[in-house]
Design a protein around this ligand. Structure first.
Ligand code: ARG
Length: 462
């Protein structure tokens, strides 16, 4: 390894152990921050010129140099040298090499500690928008699919046991709600992180007359941070961001789990397009939902990032510590994983088909209408707890008699409650029940239609 090229070579004796160089570098992964580092530096230089800390000519040289470096990186012509440790030092060194003296002034009133904190915030702001666009894409796919199944009935499950009848559309729309919360959570995260730490320096600010509001404004931050010690050590927004990713991954894993089960031969509810299946090296008949399985598994990786991020933060002393460098590994990994999963899920949902025939053949199994029957009795003036007992006994009877509730005669019904009349037959059977769901938010066709209209409007605006 060659001579050290860093300004602190005067402070440390000799050259670092090559092992140290490899161990401390973050350039291999933080180079993806380069655009943000460069716009941050341009804003900083602009402010230095406004404050007469550099001349207009120096500002111009710095700006031109940084833009040129940005182009070199974008075009793959830039040589990343890990002995510079990170993207901040690599760009500063390249600037000095390119423009000489003025380049040596870019780091005036600045530390990598406030610089990296600003870079990450800028990166995250953009990344959140990318994630939100992908979330919206997936939501649209769900709404479109729901539109095809507004009237088709399927069982809803609790404890993975048949519970109550619903329309397929409302099942699909349940995911739109989940992803909407993810969208809003990210929006809140973005709002909270959008403050400028620039000017906080290494930990205590600066004795120079910096104009912090100028850099904040240039970079689109809504405010500045108000405590330099906190500003260089704060990575709450990173934990927040990864948590938001983790919940997206959780919702995706639920979808994956549902559809792995629903696409099995035992269920046969949904068909995953061949494009998103794999086969077996040994069993020629196989159509495996590997993509969904990997989406399910990737939630684990994102949770790992969240745990890593929190553990990195735990017990760090106040001020900047190099521990914080590892934040990027986990925010990048969480974001990349979730972006890929959202794309895959969007494609799978867009190409999915529900087998309504298969679903309807089993629809009268499992007493999906039992709760509706109890509510029918409530309508006749019976206390719910008592009605629950009556229907429980009826179901037990049906099981023995190998009948469905709708197949019982009025005489059979009346053995359990004299209040049951002929109109009972309109209140039972899966299709009758979903048609009777009257209240907002219920899982019937009427509500599904309203929700689809709402979402089409809402998502159309994005
Ligand atoms: N690469 C470092 C990081 O990602 C930048 C800040 C380093 N600061 C320092 N004083 N060593 O956090």
């Amino acid at each position: 390894m060659g001579k050290s090229k860093k300004s602190w070579e005067k402070r440390l004796a000799g050259q670092p152990d090559p092992m140290t160089v490899d161990f401390v570098e973050s350039l291999s992964y933080d180079k993806r921050l380069y655009k943000y580092d460069i716009v941050g530096s341009i804003a900083h230089a602009q402010m230095l010129a406004e404050q007469k800390l550099i001349t207009r000519a120096e500002l111009k040289a710095i700006k031109d140099g940084l833009i040129e470096i940005s182009r070199e990186i974008a075009e793959g012509r830039f040589k990343f040298d890990k002995t510079y440790e990170d993207i901040h030092m690599a760009i500063e060194a390249a600037l000095i090499a390119k423009i000489g003296e003025p380049g040596k002034k870019i780091h005036t009133g600045r530390s990598r500690n406030d610089q990296v904190a600003a870079d990450i915030r800028l990166w995250m702001r953009d990344e959140i928008e990318v994630l939100q666009t992908k979330i919206t894409g997936l939501q649209r796919a769900f709404v479109k699919l729901a539109g095809k199944y507004v009237k088709d009935v399927m069982p809803a499950y609790t404890h993975l046991q048949r519970a109550q009848p619903i329309v397929i559309a409302s099942y699909l729309l349940s995911f739109v709600e989940q992803f909407e919360r993810d969208f809003i959570r990210l929006k809140n995260c973005k709002e909270m992180l959008n403050i400028s730490p620039l000017g906080s320096g290494a930990v205590a600010g600066s004795t120079l007359p910096l104009d912090r509001k100028s850099t904040a404004k240039q970079l689109g931050f809504s405010d500045i941070s108000y405590n330099s010690i906190d500003a260089v050590s704060d990575r709450d927004f990173c934990a927040d961001f990864i948590f938001d990713c983790a919940l997206i991954a959780t919702h995706l894993s639920r979808l994956a789990e549902d559809w792995i089960i629903y696409s099995s031969d035992e269920f046969g509810f949904v068909r995953i397009d061949d494009k998103y299946c794999t086969s077996s090296s040994m069993m020629p008949q196989k159509r495996n939902p590997d993509v969904l399985e990997l989406i399910r598994a990737k939630a684990g990786s994102v949770y790992g990032s969240l745990m890593a991020m929190l553990t990195i933060l735990k017990g760090q002393p106040s001020g900047y510590n190099r521990d914080l460098q590892e934040d990027k590994i986990h925010i990048f990994s969480a974001a990349d994983t979730v972006k890929a999963s959202l794309d895959m899920a969007g494609a799978i949902v867009s190409h999915a088909k529900f087998n309504t025939k298969k679903i309807s053949t089993g629809l009268e199994e499992g007493f999906l209408d039992a709760t509706a029957l109890a509510e029918y009795l409530v309508g006749k003036g019976i206390a719910f707890r008592q009605a629950h007992g009556i229907v429980g006994s009826l179901v037990a009877y049906c099981e023995k008699a190998k009948k469905k509730l709708a197949e019982l005669s009025l005489d059979e019904f009346r053995k359990y409650s004299s209040l049951i009349a002929k109109d009972v037959y309109k209140s039972i059977g899966a299709a009758n029940v979903v048609a009777k769901y009257a209240i907002e938010g219920a899982a019937g066709p009427k509500q599904a239609k309203e929700q689809i209209e709402y979402w089409n409007k809402q998502l159309g605006r994005r």
